[in-house]
Design a binder for this molecule. Structure first.
Ligand code: NAD
Length: 263
């Protein structure tokens, strides 16, 4: 299937590794010009080279911490001066600090809001007027199945990501007639550095091996395995496509069937 996004300008944040990088690769493979952002310059540049080599596409690395408003301002300026307005925005960020309610200080809540909610709101605020004026835009937020079924020891993630989903659902309604779609994707357990780090921390806390933690996780996944980043990226690329013009306001999980709710 041709997704009809050749030469569209895509911006994927938090894309030097893991899910963001996989999304950038999938969009680049479809012929989009992809800008990727993350905090560390070296890993980011290496990711851009790797994606460009794999797809033959043009990839622009721009250093930016998504929790810093000034970095987002500079990010948009750099991408738009290189390629013009952004058509496809994939909002991603690092995960907030794990823990339960009593682990959190007020500052932890504020930090999570900046990282996982305000980052997306700020970028959408900058890019949405242009998308509406051109009557074409795709906004896709990488969230988590935690927005459908809270994960007990990730209270910040559960809370802040739910705010992003609520904002996106509200916004989708307001911009659909302008050709702009807004959707959320929810990874379950995908094989990335973050999940490996969470598994190591869980193994240490429970006094068991990492293999044991992984086996317990997999036991709760009907597909019998954790997911690959490219399996989430394939959905993101489709939601960015011409064919997905009538899909908006959705929140779709990619989790091997782990979430047991109806919707
Ligand atoms: P990862 O650690 O493999 O990659 C995270 C990426 O985000 C890296 O490129 C890192 O440089 C970048 N990053 C982190 N903080 C940033 C910041 N402030 N500004 C800019 N870039 C930043 O993580 P991942 O597994 O790919 O997860 C991506 C997001 O998806 C996270 O929010 C994570 O919590 C969420 N998530 C992941 C899974 C999973 O199974 N992997 C499941 C649910 C939710």
């Amino acid at each position: 299937m041709q997704l009809g996004i050749e030469n569209k300008v895509a911006l994927v944040t938090a894309a030097s590794k893991g899910l963001g990088k996989a999304a950038a690769l999938a969009l680049s493979a479809e012929g989009a010009r992809v800008a990727i952002a993350a905090r560390g310059t070296e890993t980011l540049r290496a990711a851009a080279r790797e994606i460009a080599q794999a797809t033959g596409g043009t990839v622009l690395p721009v250093r930016a911490d998504v929790s810093v408003a000034a970095d987002l301002e500079a990010l948009v300026t750099e991408v738009e001066s290189a390629w013009g307005p952004v058509d496809i925005l994939v909002n991603n960020a690092g995960g907030p600090r794990p823990g339960v309610f009593t682990d959190m200080q007020e500052q932890d809540w504020a930090t999570a809001v900046e990282l996982n909610l305000m980052s997306a709101i700020r970028l959408i605020g900058k890019l949405l007027p242009g998308m509406r004026a051109r009557r074409w835009g795709r906004i896709i937020n990488i969230t988590s199945t935690a927005v459908k079924q809270p994960i007990p020891d990730l209270i910040l993630s559960n809370t802040v990501r739910s705010g992003l989903v609520a904002m996106s659902k509200t916004l989708a309604d307001q911009v659909a007639a302008d050709g702009v779609t807004v959707n959320n994707v929810c990874p379950g357990y995908m094989d990335t550095d973050r999940v490996r780090a969470l598994n190591s921390a869980a193994a240490q806390a429970q006094g068991v091996s990492v293999e044991e933690v992984l086996a317990r996780t997999v036991a709760a996944i009907p597909a019998g395995r954790i997911g690959r980043p490219d399996e989430l990226a394939a959905l993101i690329a489709f939601l960015a496509s011409e064919q997905a013009a009538y899909i908006t306001g959705t929140t779709i999980q990619v989790d091997g069937g782990r979430y047991r709710g109806l919707m």
